[in-house]
Design a protein around this ligand. Sequence first.
Ligand code: ZN
Length: 287
Amino acid sequence: MLVSAKEMLEKAKAGKYAVGQFNINNLEWTKAVLATAQEMNSPVILGVSEGAGKYMTGFKTVVGMVNGMMEEMKITVPVALHLDHGTYEGCLKCVEAGFSSIMFDGSHYPIEENVAKTRELVDICEKKGMSLEAEVGSIGGEEDGVVGAGECADPKECKEIADLGVTMLAAGIGNIHGKYPENWKGLSFETLAAVQELTGDMPLVLHGGTGIPEDMIKKAISLGVAKINVNTECQLSFAAATREYIEAGKDLQGKGFDPRKLLAPGAEAIKATVKEKMELFGSVNKA
Ligand SMILES: [Zn+2]
């Protein structure tokens, strides 16, 4: 059964490790992430962007697929199904569809409007026993066509949003979605420390986990980050393994064109990436 991300993140925050959010795109992705979480005995958050939800024909399909897999695969580790960077309307749709967690990305609204909309969603999530992630300060790079500049959040605004009763808070600390540019300045640990000081026990979320050096990840966890989002890295692993299979001409040998064979190396590559991240984040055996 899907669970809210609240308990797993509180435990992570107290235990000084982070739970990975791995975004899913299709059946292979979901199966690979769930299998790895079970194998690693790690809690996990399945992230679904609005674009990925649409790709999979809608949020109800996603809920049906994930619930079915959890039962058929006998998954016993805690799993949250989470909307990534949701609009207000998208959040409501996911609540109705049966997600166990949502992120409302109100970072592009003026702070007053972000506060008002987040407050409404806090009430809805409380009634449903769901977890809610809010965002302050836009996170750079591209997320489903929306390009942000990678700014640092205002710690006072973070405190204001945290006090509304959200479960977790994503604060921009110079992180970027997708691949990091050559001239990237690194994470702003000053901002992270200032946000942490004002928000106390609130689990903080680090978006754009692809390509952040390991020492920075570890330092961020030590400063209160309890959830780290990984998306692009699994896509790159999947694409590289699939390319290798095709370039080696394996799809032309025997029944190598069978999708169950053709997509297998990519799925194995996703598993390897997820495993590596769970080890780095410290969530192995924390289920
Ligand atoms: Zn993000």
